[in-house]
Design a protein around this ligand. Sequence first.
Ligand SMILES: [Zn+2]
Length: 295
Amino acid sequence: MAGPGWLAQPALGWLLSPGVFPWVALVVGLCIGSFLNVVIHRLPKMMEAEWRAECAELAGAPAPATERFNLFVPRSRCPSCGKQISALENVPVLSYLFLKGRCSGCHAKVSLKYPVVELLAGIGSAYCALRFGASLAAIAAAVFIWFTIALAFIDQETGYLPDDLTLPLVWLGLAFNVFGTFAPLQEAVIGAMAGYLSLWLVYWAFRLVTGKEGMGYGDFKMNAAVGALLGWKMLPLVILVSSIVGLFFGVLQMLAARRQWDSNFRFHFGPYLAIAGIVALFWGEPVMRWYLRGT
Ligand SMILES: [Zn+2]
């Protein structure tokens, strides 16, 4: 398969050969995973700081003084002792293994979440390369996986799916399908709308029946992004799989906590949508073909 023009030069072309490309994608994915850890950790804090500043402005108070804090500044530090993490201690997965999961300064335990995020991004990217070859589909699939990893972990930790991630993913899904990468553009546009509306309807039905909010608006936007990338035909499968995965983890959590169903339990739908979206991305078509043949 032909790659982007500038990479198809003979000098770099070997990087795209089927035997090499998945390994290149693995290394790139691991590094992106390292960046995703920063996004997962800092984006919610950045949103909070923004809200505080806006509230202060509305109240007519001076904006709270804060040091510059974004995805790139300041450098990462150990949350326990504040030691700056050097480049050598920041090599994806390997640093964690070499330091045996502890900070080199204070020996505090480093969360297993960091290497897990890096591995998910690395293996996910390598699989995209293996599955789709050096193509736009591989890039689109990898970008989708990176965004959903960040969204799933942020939702799990904070209960939010930031607009800064869900909305760009909707646009990216539509943009990738300008060339019909995963679905014809028409199906992608309808997919974005139907993805949002379907969960919006579930939300209001649940709210009218129980008087509670079952999910948040971020879930609708994330489902819109899934519909934009995969097209509307995949949405029933995505909702089915995310519900099954959600039920499975819900029962597991209940068993682990050995308690009754908590009526105030807030359902974090983001991680399940992420899993269902990735399942549909890779295996949706054979499942749909099998299902349509069976009816
Ligand atoms: Zn430390």
